[in-house]
Design a protein around this ligand. Structure first.
Ligand code: 5GP
Ligand code: ZN
Length: 143
């Protein structure tokens, strides 16, 4: 099996500019930052993305992302933050080890918005919400 870059970083087999680590999670600088201070937060255990990460790891990742987000303005001078996660090649995921991007924002124009809201059929909105709500009631969302 091909080696996973982020497992290698988590195990200190590849260098990275580490911001924080403990036994379970790590935050480090993205090698090609979208903006100044762009970080990645990962679980040390290998999960691919949101589809398979476990709740304990996800909770730790979000907690760390929140704490780092709060010190970003005073540290790098940003005025906002985007949190970003891609799950699947179709959604632009390139590294197949769960990671949450923390992207400091300095102005509205430095990045393109990744999605453009557009109007759609009201029946479709209702249909999808009902289908998802039905699954949730059946217990498909547990675990
Ligand atoms: P994705 O497109 O999968 O959401 O994002 C992968 C991110 O990982 C990219 O922003 C890319 O710059 C970053 N990246 C890829 N390889 C390395 C690496 O070896 N070291 C670090 N620090 N970041 C990497
Ligand atoms: Zn990995």
């Amino acid at each position: 099996m091909e080696k996973c870059i982020f497992c290698e970083i988590a195990n200190h087999n590849l260098p990275a500019n580490i911001v924080f680590e403990d036994n379970d999670v790590m935050a480090f600088a993205d090698i090609n930052p979208a903006t100044k201070g762009h970080l990645l937060v990962i679980p040390k255990r290998h999960f691919i993305n949101i589809f398979d990460v476990d709740d304990a790891a996800l909770n730790r990742i979000l907690q760390l992302a929140k704490r780092i987000a709060r010190i970003m303005p005073e540290t790098v001078g940003c005025s906002g933050i985007n949190l970003f996660h891609s799950a699947g090649e179709v959604a632009w995921q390139e590294v197949m080890h769960f990671h949450l991007h923390i992207i400091p924002r300095y102005n509205r124009k430095e990045l393109q918005r990744p999605f453009v809201p557009h109007s759609t059929d009201r029946d479709e909105l209702k249909e999808i919400a009902l289908a998802l709500n039905k699954k949730i009631k059946e217990g498909f969302c547990n675990g």
